[in-house]
Design a protein around this ligand. Structure first.
Ligand code: MG
Length: 157
C-alpha cells in the first residue's frame, strides 16, 4: 500500500524529497534536524493507513475532476479550487490530526504560505488543465504531520 501511495504521489509530481525539504526548512529553526531525519519522518507518516486512505482518495477525486468525470455542480467547484469548498482541507486535516496540535498549526501556516512543492502544485493547477485541489492540501497535511512527529521525537530540545 505504501508503495502505491508513493507511486501515485510521484505521478502527480510530488516526491518524498520535496516534502522532506519542507519539513527540514520548517523545523531547522527550532531543532537540530537533518535532511535524512526529515525523509524518515515523511516516510513514517506515509506508513499510516488513515494517511494512505486520505491521499489515495484525494488524488482520485483530483483525477476524476481533471477528466470531467464528476457531475455538476461539484465538478466546477473542484476544478476551480473554489476557496469556500473546504472539503479538501477537511480531508487533509485527517492526516494532520494523527500527530496532534503541532501538526495543526503547521498545516495552517503551509496552507497560507504555500512554500516549495505546495506552491508549485497550486500554480500548475491554476495555469494548466491539471487539478490539484485536493493534492496541495494533502501535501500540506503530510508535511505538517511529519513536523509534528519530528517535534515529538525531539521532546524538549
Ligand atoms: Mg486545495
Amino acid at each position: 500500500m505504501k508503495d502505491i501511495v508513493i507511486e501515485r504521489l510521484d505521478e502527480r509530481g510530488v516526491t518524498i524529497e520535496s516534502m522532506a525539504e519542507l519539513v527540514f526548512e520548517l523545523q531547522k529553526q527550532y531543532l537540530d534536524i537533518t535532511m535524512e531525519e526529515a525523509v524518515e519522518n515523511v516516510e513514517a507518516v506515509l506508513m499510516k493507513r488513515e494517511v494512505q486512505n486520505a491521499i489515495l482518495t484525494g488524488i482520485e477525486i483530483d483525477l476524476l475532476a481533471e477528466k470531467g468525470l464528476i457531475r455538476e455542480p461539484i465538478l466546477k467547484i473542484i476544478q476551480n479550487d473554489e476557496s469556500l469548498y473546504g472539503i479538501d482541507e477537511i480531508l487533509a486535516l485527517s492526516i494532520t490530526n494523527v500527530y496532534g496540535s503541532i501538526g495543526f498549526t503547521n498545516f495552517g501556516y503551509l496552507d497560507k504560505i504555500k512554500p516549495g512543492v505546495i506552491g508549485k502544485l497550486d500554480k500548475i493547477g491554476k495555469t494548466t488543465g491539471k487539478v490539484h485541489t485536493f493534492l496541495d492540501d494533502l501535501i500540506s497535511g503530510i508535511v505538517a504531520a511529519a513536523c509534528g512527529r519530528v517535534a515529538h521525537s525531539h521532546g524538549d530540545d
